[in-house]
Design a protein around this ligand. Structure first.
Ligand SMILES: C[S@@+](CC[C@H](N)C(=O)[O-])C[C@H]1O[C@@H](n2cnc3c(N)ncnc32)[C@H](O)[C@@H]1O
Length: 158
């Protein structure tokens, strides 16, 4: 599928017109909730440090291995096989999006949506702009709502 076809699908999932620039979408107004603002501040700082780290690739690899163990996949191929049956994959709280990008590479047929409240969502969009099936969204309350509406496979990565 082309990027334009994935965009159509993305809007169907959200049941709304989104503000989309390339692979970056804004699905929500910023919440006035002070806890969420604190989350944003803490994680924006954390992701900025991660992004500038010399050990970034090693840390990302560690995270992928941890994910496979945590969710009971014997190998990356087992995850690929699982994702083969998914049409839309949501990574809720995707951070810099390295796992969402991993899912997008393993499942090029699927629409993969990385959602995060923090500024990391924009960084994620920039980091993985070349994957046609991957979108990064700033979104908060929409996460459970659209997951239920579209019978999506939420793939937790927290
Ligand atoms: C512990 S980090 C995990 C990030 C990523 N999944 C990973 O494995 O590296 C949790 C992420 O969830 C995001 N988050 C927390 N509450 C959120 C909310 N209500 N809506 C969207 N994202 C949220 C944070 O901004 C943060 O980037």
């Amino acid at each position: 599928m082309s990027r334009a076809q994935f965009v159509d699908k993305l809007e169907r999932v959200f049941e709304a017109k989104l503000a989309i620039a390339g692979n970056f979408a804004i699905a929500d107004e910023t919440s006035a909730d002070s806890n969420q603002q604190q989350t944003n501040d803490v994680f924006s700082e954390k992701w900025d440090r991660h992004e500038r780290s010399d050990e970034k690739e090693r840390l990302d690899e560690f995270q992928r291995e941890w994910y496979l163990k945590l969710y009971g996949f014997a190998s990356e191929d087992a995850l690929r096989e699982y994702l083969a049956g998914c049409d839309v994959v949501i990574d809720a709280g995707c951070g810099l999006g390295y796992k969402a990008a991993w899912f997008a590479r393993l499942a090029p047929h699927a629409l993969v949506i990385g959602m995060d409240y923090s500024d990391a969502a924009l960084q994620a969009a920039q980091n993985y702009a070349t994957l046609a099936n991957l979108f990064s969204c700033v979104a908060t309350s929409r996460v459970p709502a659209c997951a239920m509406a579209a019978s999506i496979t939420p793939v937790a990565t927290r």
